[in-house]
Design a protein around this ligand. Structure first.
Ligand SMILES: [Fe+2]
Length: 390
């Protein structure tokens, strides 16, 4: 019974994952197995104050590991945060990174691990062309990732999203070696998340699966993972949002988040292209922004994705599985989760649409959208999301 409601597993793809409630207690042994004696635990300032982090540091200490905490990072981490983390790593003589938290902490921690052994500036490794080949691979520190939300999936991702303060743009820093060596996926760590964060982060996982599934290209592995990830969100996100202590729901959402990030190696699309600038300029919550833009982008992509979406609708067992039925189900789910319908609630201002649209069209995720979306199309999408007309 207990294994059914709160499943446990050891997985070896996309990396080593120790999945299950209570498995955070394995942190010291996991660090040791990677040769760490003095890891730097990177987290966010909110989490740093919670007993969860104190308990992790204490368990590392009693396991013979002298860990230090670095938590000087913003909700949408900026380049400066990574530089400061690298400085703390070097000053403390650390030998590995524990990236512990939601997407921001995971991304910052992974970027710190990348940058401790590089001579080039981080922006040289932006995910464009073959920039990643510039990385000194031997310089990347080992990473243990510990997610405390179920959304980003960054715990199993090979990139970090970092905001460039100079241009106020979100950049994707990528290298295959940024994949954490070991993940501790302990759904108990998500039990304290309030309903609105549970909902917003869960919708990020859903956006990853949805956009990956609809992205062009031949990648049946990603498609299969994306499809099942969407089912898990449908079956468990409303439950996890309603009752944060529902461990079956928390467990399945944590799995769905990892599945989303695994699937989006295939590609993302305009939901993320519209959401990234809004995160960079207004510090809007990433998952929330994705959830707001989702139906507008679905409608824009309709002609290219109707058949694929009908397949999703059938798999999800929707009463009306066609495109319109799926779109209506997304709108209903959003309402159920108390996600705003209008992007004004994210801070978006009419007067900045040209700027936002230009950034959205230049976002690296735009290329994965099934219907090409240029600056004019992105502006129309922002306008639709301001008018609330799907
Ligand atoms: Fe995302």
């Amino acid at each position: 019974m207990s294994t059914m409601t709160s499943p446990v597993g050891n997985w070896n793809y996309p990396t080593k994952v120790r999945f299950g409630a209570g498995r955070i207690k394995e942190l010291p042994r996991v660090c040791e197995s990677l040769g760490m004696k003095k890891p730097l635990l990177v987290t966010d300032p909110g989490l740093a104050k919670l007993p969860m982090i104190a308990a992790a540091v204490e368990s590392l200490k009693s396991g013979g590991l002298a860990a230090a905490v670095f938590s000087d990072i913003k909700p949408n981490p900026v380049g400066r945060n990574v530089e400061d983390g690298v400085a703390a790593y070097k000053k403390g003589g650390h030998d590995g990174v524990i990236a512990f938290g939601g997407g921001s902490a995971l991304d910052a921690g992974k970027a710190v691990a990348l940058m401790v052994g590089q001579s080039r500036p981080m922006w040289d490794f932006e995910d464009v062309g073959d920039n990643w080949t510039r990385v000194n691979e031997k310089g990347i520190a080992g990473v243990v990732s510990v997610p405390t939300t179920s959304g980003t999936g960054s715990e199993v991702g090979r990139a970090s999203v970092i905001t460039d303060e100079a241009s106020h743009t979100k950049k994707i820093i990528f290298h295959p070696g940024m994949m954490p060596a070991i993940v501790i996926a302990d759904p108990e760590l998500t039990v304290g998340l309030p309903p609105h964060i549970t909902a917003a982060t869960g919708m990020d996982a859903f956006a990853h699966c949805l956009e990956a599934f609809c992205a062009p290209g031949f990648h049946p592995l990603a498609d299969g993972i994306a499809l099942e990830g969407m089912r898990l969100v449908k079956d468990y996100l409303p439950r996890a949002t309603r009752d944060g202590k529902d461990m079956e729901a928390r467990s399945n959402m944590m799995a769905a988040a990892a599945m989303g990030a695994t699937a989006f190696q295939k590609g993302l699309g305009a939901i993320h292209s519209l959401s990234h600038p809004v995160g960079a300029i207004y510090d809007a919550h990433h998952g929330l922004a994705n959830a707001v833009f989702m139906p507008y982008v679905l409608a824009y992509n309709k002609k290219a994705i109707s058949e694929r979406i009908a397949a999703v609708g059938r798999y999800l067992g929707l009463a009306k599985p066609g495109f319109e039925g799926f779109l209506q189900w997304v709108l209903d789910l959003r309402r159920d989760l108390k996600i705003p319908h209008n992007c004004r609630d994210l801070g978006v201002e009419e007067g900045r649409l040209d700027e936002l649209a230009k950034m959205a069209a230049a976002d690296p995720t735009a290329g994965g959208n099934p219907v090409p979306a240029d600056v004019a199309a992105m502006k129309k999408l922002y306008q639709a999301a301001l008018a609330g007309t799907v």
